[in-house]
Design a protein. Structure first.
Length: 391
């Protein structure tokens, strides 16, 4: 048997063994699609989230001001041409907004203002806003509720699930076992199961295991948003995407339809499936910046929004660079009680909000080279913080 035949035989044997335990669809996704890709939104089923009936338009700045802002940003990177810097790092869209005025709006490659962008884990922050709204409306009785009130099936596997609260899921302190290591072609890895499995409800109900006390240790964990999504579905009797549409998306002046990728049973990929145009992502940022208010209407409780975005954990993401984590929202800890807040997704997707200087930054695209999420936040924070004198 030559090497080619041996490899083909080995691959066939692997596929046969995998399909004995997992569905052919899941096996195919893992073996063929492998690691997550920016274009994954085109591979999954999805639910449409309809835009607002009356769209909100940001003011437009003049070209001179835009050039000035780009020059200011360039001073924080090793490139005099910030546009070139963005291109080199795989950026698809980059928006800077202050005081409801678009200072910079740039798109690259085949992308434009109407292109839906993959937000990856920015989706978790959208989910967080939806949970806050469900509490405000009385569908949920607060973050201290036990998750087994809504998911009693978990008790059959481990009575300790009753010790986990909705807040523990939101804070990533559930105590549920999780490994972020992805090793293809293994199909039993947590990251792979929670991303590719065609029945995510089943994954949330059957694959979750407790290995530590709740409300003690932070562990970024994709089972948590799946369980939150299941709780939301059962409490509201609505699909999450339709709840977001009715109570958030249509209320904030969005210009375009968004969508949420789903599994094969129309259950949203809670951890990563939200897709939107950048200009409408900025309106999520605006909602947070304005403490839940949209043009005089209180869309989301100011008190709940403050609770959900405040720091619950402080994490060193790089040498002497720290991020805070709240209820599915990140922050940049500083000496004040009003730090920059952000939603962050894989490959450098951002909604960044500096409430002290009224800045919103949206960035979408790929991660290129040795440039990571904390590098982006270093630029965003330094740039927006420098404008505090003209707040």
């Amino acid at each position: 048997m030559n090497m080619v035949k041996f490899l083909l035989f080995s691959l066939l044997a692997l596929i046969v063994s995998c399909t004995c335990c997992y569905s052919p669809k899941y096996t195919y996704r893992v073996l063929v699609w492998q690691d997550s890709d920016y274009n994954d939104g085109e591979k999954f089923k999805y639910t449409t989230i309809n835009k607002s009936d009356d769209s909100f338009k940001f003011h437009e700045t003049n070209e001179r001001q835009s050039v000035k802002e780009l020059s200011a940003l360039a001073s924080y990177v090793e490139n005099d041409d910030f546009i070139e810097f963005l291109k080199e790092r795989g950026t698809y869209s980059f928006l800077v907004i202050r005081n409801d005025t678009v200072l910079i709006e740039k798109y690259f490659g085949d992308n434009d203002r109407e292109t839906l962008q993959n937000t990856f884990s920015v989706s978790k922050s959208i989910l967080g806003l939806a949970v806050a709204k469900a509490i405000e409306l009385g569908y949920l009785n607060g973050t201290n509720e036990q998750i087994t009130k809504y998911i009693p099936e978990l008790l059959k596997r481990d009575e300790d699930f009753s010790k986990i609260t909705i807040g523990d899921l939101l804070k990533m302190k559930s105590g549920i076992k999780y490994s972020s290591k992805t090793s293809f072609p293994w199909l039993n890895k947590d990251n792979v199961l929670t991303y590719y499995h065609p029945d995510l409800r089943k994954v949330a109900l059957r694959n979750t295991k407790i290995d530590r006390q709740a409300d003690e240790e932070f562990l970024y964990n994709n089972y948590n948003p799946l369980l939150l999504g299941l709780i939301m579905e059962r409490a509201t009797k609505m699909k999450l995407s339709k709840f977001v549409e009715q109570y958030i998306w249509k209320k904030i002046g969005t210009e375009f339809n968004a969508r949420w990728s789903t599994d094969e049973n129309e259950f949203e990929k809670m951890e990563s499936g939200f897709m939107s145009t950048p200009i409408d992502m900025a309106k999520i940022g605006r909602l947070v910046l304005k403490n839940g208010n949209y043009n005089g209407a209180q869309i989301l409780s100011h008190e709940l929004l403050s609770e959900f975005t405040k720091q619950e954990s402080k994490l060193e993401v790089f040498e002497n660079r720290y991020w805070g984590y709240g209820h599915l929202w990140w922050s940049l800890p500083d000496e004040t009680e009003n730090p920059s807040i952000m939603a962050n997704g894989h490959m450098g997707q951002f909604i960044f909000i500096n409430p002290k200087t009224n800045y919103i930054i949206v960035r979408n695209g790929l991660k290129m080279g040795q440039f990571y999420d904390d590098d982006w936040t270093e630029i965003f924070n330094s740039y927006t913080k420098s404008k505090i004198d003209i707040n």
